[in-house]
Structures are given as structure tokens and as C-alpha cells.
Ligand binder design. Structure first.
Ligand SMILES: Nc1nc2c(ncn2[C@@H]2O[C@H](COP(=O)(O)OP(=O)(O)OP(=O)(O)O)[C@@H](O)[C@H]2O)c(=O)[nH]1
Ligand SMILES: [Mg+2]
Length: 462
């Protein structure tokens, strides 16, 4: 069955917990399992039966009890890796888990590399590459939604869509090949071109649907980097505290209180946000403050979403102007007019004119007013700009997938544009390239280095 060696690892997170699992996979899994595990009850000739749980002990080479455990012996191919697998459920504690693993290694198993169990599942064709990556996504998921996407990919949703697109490209390629091989059989020039064009336009549309979900998928998976910016004393730190519902940041009436970046995580309308409170932006000679401001500017450059805080009790100033100049067209941004509990000096019409097209929210961070509205505004902005609601799962979450889809899209677009001018041979080169790129998503056309890279991101034991 397998010409690979037998591997073993601790498959649960290391630390205190109810149970921990040591997993062994490979041709020697059963014989190693039988050496280290001693069932409590005397067993007959059928022992061990596949997919049964046995109660007993792990024993050392000197026959001493290491732990009381449940062991499952699972015959290939109905296992995670498709190899013979033994799972030992023991008491979780770093020491116990290590002792059991050590014992298993003593009997000849090799310590598994990160992701090696999943890699074997892939090698034996139980799952494809996008499914393997979904397992990683599920392990790392930050939001409920990300788990959903991961699970739906694990069931092969992305693979299914990619296959449909690849099949369509293949149909066009076959048409082109036929035309190259038997040019005399082809009659109507115009019809042929129209057909191919129609098919490729469909491919293009399917790819752009996939791409549209990618950023939302990414946002749900990794969280959107969100910078809270504004002039000193506008109430940025107070707003961070109000959003986090805890006194995280130091708030003070002295301007220039926040010097360093401060981070906090919240979920707004289903979107995980990584909030960054930043130093107030203005011109200053104070060297520490200058460092803080340069960090703030750097955070703005990295952020996808900006919460721009203005102090409603003061008029528009040159510091606000400096803040406004940092906002780029590609940023998503919400403008917050804060301190509405104080007499207002700001002109709303002026703000709308200076920061056009950006949604506006009124808050009092210290009195906790307008915070729900701010969250709603952020949620609907993200739904609008990321092409769908947080609750609708896109098929794709990985940057690697999104990059490949984008490359394939460019190739198809290029082919469409030059359809009538290019010789057929050249058209088919680009189409083949697009077909190969998409194959890298499901692992049908994948290189060994890429596999190494993908599986090395897994934790050991998965
Ligand atoms: N009345 C009123 N005061 C507020 C409000 N928000 C913040 N403040 C006060 O304004 C002062 C500055 O608040 P911070 O949250 O520290 O402001 P900041 O923008 O983080 O300031 P720097 O870190 O110095 O840039 C504090 O005294 C807060 O209590 C508000 O909505 N209403
Ligand atoms: Mg502050």
C-alpha cells in the first residue's frame, strides 16, 4: 500500500486540556501501536478490530504504565491519510503527550513534519489541494464565517467551480486544435469566432465572480486592518475604548497622549476588524511624538479601513487637513464627528465638501452615543464595497487562489481582445497557460516546491 515511512505526532494543541491525541500513520502504525498499547481486557485473535476504541494503557519499554488511554486502530483506506492509522487519546498535559510520542518514536515511527498527515491525504488523492488548504483555514479561522468558508471548500466547492471553468477552457482549446489540424473542414469563419468569443466571455464572467468573493473571503478570514486616525485630542482612544467596550487605551485631556500603536480586535456585522489606535497627527518638534506620528502614517498606509475622527467642538484645522491628505482613494473610510455632547463648532456641510463620498457618523465616545450607528455604517460600507454580505460565503479565501484566478483572468481578457488579430497558435498558448494556472488551485498542475510551501504552514500533527 504505502512506500512512505510511518509518521507520528501530537495532533492536539500542546497544553493543559481534557484529552490529547497522539497520531501514528503509515504501514507500521498497527505494529507500533500494538507494542506501545496494552488493552485492559484480554483480546482474541481478531484484535485489533478496525475503527474500534480500546481501553487500556501505554506502557514503557520496561513495562511501566505511562498513561491510561483509549486507542483506535484504523485500517486503510478509511482514514484521514488513507494509510493505516492509530490514534491514542490520552490525558492532555505536555509531559504525558511527550512521553507517549517518545515511546512511539522509540518503536520506529518518525516525527511528522508540519502538515504531513494532510499532505499524505492529498498524495493519496483523498482530498485536493484547495481542500488541504481549507483545513489550514479552519484551523486558523478567526470568525465564524471563515470557518463556514473553510468547511464549504473542504467539501470541494471551490474545486467544483474551478473544474467547471477549466473544462470550458478545454472545450475552446479543443476547438482551436481541431481548426489547426483540419483547417479545410472549417466553413464559416464568422460563426467560429463568435462561438469562441461567447465561450471565453462566459469563462471571464465565472472568473470575475470568483474574484469578487476573494477580498470578502480574505477580510473574513484575516480581519481587516482598521486605523483610527485624527488630530490630537479628537477622541480616537476614547472611541477605541467605546468600540472595544473596555478601557484599553489611556485617555487624557492633554493632546498627544497616545504615542504608540495600540491594537484591539472586534467583530462588526460579522467582519473581524483589527483596530489600531494611533497618535494624533499634527506638526510637532517632540521627538517621541514624531515617532508616534510616523507610525500612525505607516498604519494608514497599511490599513484597508480608516475611521477618521474629527472633534465636533472645534472647527476644521490644518491638522484635520493633514489627516485628510493621508486618505487614499483605495481606502474604505468612515468619518466620525465626535464630542457631539459639547457645543458644536464644526460645519457638517464643510466636512461633506472636504471629504466627499465618505459616510458620516456622529458620536460621543465618552457618553457612548452613536457607537451602534458607527458599527452599522461600517458593516454596510463593507457589504457594499466587498461585494456581498458577511453572511454570504464566497468560495475563495486564500491569497494564493486569488492571485491565480487573477492571472488566469488577465490571460482570458487578453485572448478576448486579440481574438481576431492573433494567429491560432498564439491564442492557444495563452489559453493553455490559463488552464494550467487554474489547475494549480486544485493541485492538478502543481510543483513540489509549492507543496512544500503550502504544507509547511500547517502545524505539526495536522
Ligand atoms: N465631551 C467629550 N469629551 C470627549 C469625547 N471623546 C473624548 N473626549 C475627551 O477628549 C480628551 C481626549 O480624548 P482621547 O480619547 O485621549 O483623544 P485622542 O484623539 O486619543 O488624543 P491623542 O491620543 O492625544 O491624539 C479626553 O479628555 C476625553 O475624555 C466626547 O465624545 N465628548
Ligand atoms: Mg489617543
Amino acid at each position: 500500500m504505502s512506500d512512505l515511512d510511518t509518521i507520528a505526532a501530537i495532533s492536539t494543541p500542546v497544553g493543559e486540556g481534557g484529552i490529547g491525541i497522539v497520531r501514528i500513520s503509515g504501514a507500521e502504525a498497527f505494529s507500533i501501536g500494538k507494542k506501545v498499547f496494552k488493552p485492559r481486557q484480554k483480546q482474541g485473535p481478531g484484535y485489533p478490530r478496525s475503527h474500534h476504541l480500546y481501553y487500556g494503557h501505554i506502557i514503557s519499554s520496561e513495562n511501566e504504565v505511562i498513561d491510561e488511554v483509549l486507542a483506535a486502530f484504523m485500517k486503510a483506506p478509511r482514514t484521514y491519510t488513507r494509510e493505516d492509522t492509530v490514534e491514542i487519546n490520552c490525558h492532555s498535559g505536555i509531559l504525558t503527550l511527550r512521553l507517549i510520542l517518545k515511546r512511539v518514536l522509540e518503536e520506529g515511527a518518525r516525527l511528522a513534519q508540519p502538515g504531513e498527515f494532510t499532505r499524505r491525504a492529498f498524495l493519496y488523492g483523498r482530498i485536493d489541494l484547495s481542500q488541504a488548504e481549507s483545513i489550514l483555514k479552519i484551523i486558523r479561522a478567526r470568525s465564524d464565517e471563515a470557518v463556514k468558508i473553510g468547511v464549504s471548500n473542504l467539501q470541494g466547492r471551490l474545486s467544483l467551480e474551478i473544474r467547471k471553468i477549466r473544462d470550458k477552457i478545454l472545450t475552446v482549446l479543443v476547438r482551436i486544435e481541431a481548426r489547426l489540424d483540419f483547417p479545410e473542414d472549417i466553413e464559416e469563419e464568422i460563426d467560429w469566432e463568435r462561438e469562441v468569443k461567447k465561450e471565453l466571455e462566459e469563462v471571464e464572467e465565472m472568473l470575475s465572480d470568483l474574484a469578487a468573493g476573494a477580498e470578502r473571503g480574505w477580510a473574513l478570514q484575516e480581519g481587516l486592518l482598521t486605523a483610527i486616525i485624527g488630530k490630537p485630542n479628537a477622541g480616537k482612544s476614547s472611541l477605541l475604548n467605546a468600540l472595544l467596550k473596555e478601557e484599553r487605551a489611556i485617555v487624557d485631556e492633554v493632546p498627544g497622549t497616545t504615542r504608540d500603536l495600540l491594537e484591539g480586535f472586534i467583530t462588526v456585522s460579522g467582519y473581524p476588524l483589527c483596530l489600531l489606535d494611533t497618535a494624533g497627527i499634527h506638526s510637532t518638534a517632540d521627538p517621541v511624538e514624531r515617532k508616534g506620528i510616523s507610525r500612525a502614517k505607516n498604519a494608514v498606509a497599511r490599513a484597508r479601513l480608516l475611521i477618521v475622527v474629527l472633534d465636533g467642538s472645534t472647527g476644521w484645522s490644518k491638522d484635520d487637513q493633514a489627516v485628510a491628505e493621508l486618505i487614499r482613494p483605495e481606502h474604505l473610510a468612515v468619518i466620525v464627528i465626535n464630542k457631539i455632547d459639547l457645543p458644536q463648532r464644526i460645519s457638517v456641510a464643510e466636512i461633506k465638501a472636504r471629504l466627499p463620498g465618505r459616510p458620516l457618523v456622529f458620536t460621543s465616545a465618552t457618553m457612548n452615543r452613536g457607537i451602534d450607528e458607527l458599527e452599522e455604517t461600517i458593516g454596510s460600507l463593507l457589504d457594499r464595497k466587498l461585494g456581498g454580505k458577511a453572511s454570504e460565503s464566497p468560495a475563495m479565501v486564500s491569497l494564493r487562489h486569488a492571485g491565480l484566478v487573477q492571472e488566469a483572468r488577465e490571460l482570458i481578457e487578453g485572448t478576448l481582445q486579440t481574438l481576431s488579430q492573433q494567429p491560432l497558435e498564439l491564442l492557444s498558448i495563452d489559453l493553455k497557460e490559463a488552464w494550467l494556472k487554474l489547475g494549480e488551485i486544485t493541485g492538478e498542475t502543481v510543483t513540489e516546491e509549492l507543496l512544500d510551501q503550502i504544507f509547511s504552514e500547517f502545524c505539526i500533527g495536522k
